[in-house]
Design a protein around this ligand. Structure first.
Ligand code: G6P
Length: 612
């Protein structure tokens, strides 16, 4: 969603700010803006544009330069994407400029209060109210005014502030919306995402909630909103520039699909104990009391959104079958507003790639309020969800930039399998069974590689079906959530309507849709319910449906009853989603490319949904 970048130093910062915004383009936005201050002439320049950053670049004159600046990409929440609603926003007196991520919930009452004292508002945004609230408190000390204003605010924010009267500093503050300070030499930066500063520095200080930072070119002072000085440690960004570049691929999504043999390996690194037929997870073992709550839980809720919710469903099948703990998977947005029953032995697991999804964060807070132990499975190190949970496991899949999640999904499934095996082995799972699964995990990256090597077959199928209007995805057991995920991938990037269903459930409704124009994708691997899936395929064929099957190598029967077959290797049941999802990711990708869509930035979607 929205992105923030800021710079203070001696060099010209226009390029840095624009490039910094481009790094967070993938998160989704609909307008962008930049404020630049030139020290030697004491001039400032404000440029805003609706649409892509490239449009903003076109509006920036080639001789624009300056050594202090704040920049923003906006994803509209209050007011449509237009020039006046874009950031940076400026106070009525023209002295203070603000970029803001998040939502000010009490903006109506603040607006009324400010209107009574003579303020006028030109946009529909909550941000314009905040910048004027800062002006309201401003008596010659911008740091003090920002603090006072923020104490009045209810909601979430990550902000960057520049004041013309005090042009030697920038102010940053955070509550519930990520912000970090980049440490440079004779210059400093701030950003909502580490990728925006990585070209300049890998040394960063992550801000926490209710913290404020006063940033000059030579210093950064961290305080709480109550004026308590803080000693903050400098951390290294955990990834490299190549991780956030396309590295020769046409799209980030394709790069991330093809990276999966590596990312799966990274998610398992140091966590497999083959000799003991089990697994270990540092993030849980380091907190034995919390981990014991999970091992001895009599009920687990898994809360998540989007693709993470699909991996949660696979986790439900795994944990119930192997760890024998009842599991309920909830959309985070539903969990927080109903009244889930939390007993002393209930544990909540939150799954999130970004670690910033607002609904998942809110569900965690609700679970904690009710006394549950909450564990996190996140990809982004240091994210809000990783901080908010009692303990957790990182995916170590590296930055995921394509809006349609791919490598994070397979890593989530891996981590859920690792947790399941460890718990199951502590209970009843035999060494022999544990050993077999861990052995399968070890060869999984090579199996994924072999599917990727076959991508040309999938590309051909994609070409044939790119003009279809509807798709049905069917699977059973562990591969029912994969059917949901396959359909979601297609919807997200190709805008084709697609539905995922448990294969047998097809008879209770979707079968009415089937005709010769309806491609039906079956996940029909050789598992315990293979014969049932074959029956479902025959039901579709009997109604002239077009069947594309994801099937096991060596299965010849399936060739006779399917129109197209994508063959994949076999693995053990709980790991099969990692193999079956790969062709579905590729199919969605190639169909979207065939249709000429911007795969990495699909319309209306955001990579990280930080509003409820
Ligand atoms: C957005 C993204 C999805 C993602 C979902 C949950 O909708 O477009 O790809 O699955 O958010 O995000 P999270 O970061 O919590 O996994």
């Amino acid at each position: 969603m929205c992105g923030i970048v800021g710079y203070i130093g001696n060099k010209d910062c226009v390029r840095f700010l624009v490039d910094g915004l481009k790094r967070v383009e993938y998160r989704g936005y609909d307008s962008a803006g930049i404020l630049i201050y030139r020290k030697n002439t004491a001039e400032h320049f404000l440029v805003k544009n609706v649409g892509k950053i490239i449009e903003l670049e076109k509006s920036i004159s080639s001789n624009l330069s300056g050594n202090i600046g704040i920049a923003h990409t906006r994803w509209a929440t209050h007011g449509e994407p237009n020039h006046k609603n874009s950031h940076p926003h400026v106070s009525n007196d023209g002295n203070i400029f603000l970029v803001h991520n998040g939502i000010i919930e009490n903006y109506t009452s603040l607006k009324k209060k400010l209107e009574k004292t003579g303020f006028t508002f030109y946009s529909e945004t909550d941000t314009e109210i905040l910048v004027n609230l800062i002006q309201h408190y401003y008596k010659g000390d911008i740091e003090k005014a920002v603090k006072e204003a923020l104490l009045d605010v209810k909601g979430t924010y990550g902000i960057g502030v520049f004041c013309l009267n005090e042009p030697d500093k920038l102010i940053a503050a955070r509550l519930g919306s990520p912000l970090l300070i980049g440490i440079g030499k004779n210059e400093n930066y701030f950003a909502s995402d580490p990728s925006s500063v990585l070209k300049k520095t890998s040394e960063v200080v992550y801000m926490q909630d209710r913290e404020i930072a006063v940033i000059t070119k030579d210093s950064v002072v961290h305080k709480t909103l109550d004026d308590e000085l803080l000693e903050k440690s400098i951390e290294k960004i955990s990834f490299e520039l190549t991780d956030i570049e396309k590295s020769g691929y046409d799209h980030f999504m394709l790069k991330e699909i093809f990276e999966q043999p590596k990312t799966i390996t990274d998610s398992m690194r140091g966590r497999l104990l083959l000799e003991e037929g089990t697994t270990k997870l540092g993030g849980l073992n380091e907190h034995p009391e919390i981990y014991n709550s999970l091992i001895n839980a009599d009920k687990i809720y898994i809360v998540a959104c989007g693709t993470s919710w699909h991996s949660a469903l696979i986790g439900e099948y795994m944990l119930e079958e192997y760890a024998k703990i009842p599991v309920e998977v909830e959309y985070a947005s539903e969990f927080r507003y109903r009244d889930p029953i939390i007993t002393p032995k209930t544990v909540v697991i939150a799954i999130s790639q970004s670690g910033e999804t607002a609904d998942t964060l809110a569900a965690i807070k609700e679970a904690k309020r009710k006394g549950a132990v909450v564990l996190g499975i996140c990809n982004v190190v240091g994210s809000s969800i990783s901080k908010e949970t009692d303990a957790g496991v990182y995916l170590h899949a590296g930055p995921e930039i394509g809006v349609a999640s791919t490598k994070a999904f397979t890593s989530q499934v891996i981590v859920l399998a690792l947790i399941t095996i460890d718990i199951a082995r502590r209970k009843h799972l035999s060494f022999r069974q544990g050993y077999k699964i861990v052995k399968e995990l070890k060869i999984l990256p090579a199996l994924v590689e072999s599917i990727l090597e076959n991508s040309a077959v999938i590309k051909e199928i994609a070409k044939k079906f790119s003009s279809a209007k509807n798709f049905l995805y069917l699977g059973r057991g562990y591969n029912f959530p994969v059917a949901l995920e396959g359909a979601l991938k297609l919807k997200e990037i190709s805008y084709i309507h697609a539905e995922g269903y448990p294969a047998a459930e097809m008879k209770h409704g979707p079968i009415a849709l089937i005709d010769e124009n309806m491609p039906v994708i079956f996940i029909a691997i050789k598992d315990t319910i293979y014969d049932k899936v074959i029956t479902n395929i025959k039901e579709v064929k009997a109604r002239n449906g077009v069947v594309i099957s994801i099937a096991s190598y060596g299965d010849e029967e399936i060739d006779l009853i399917s129109d197209y077959v994508i063959k994949i290797p076999d693995t053990t049941n709980l790991l099969s989603p990692i193999l079956t999802v790969i062709p579905l990711q590729l199919l969605a990708y190639y169909i979207a490319v065939e249709k000429g869509y911007n795969v990495d930035m699909p319309r209306n979607l955001a990579k990280s949904v930080t509003v409820e």
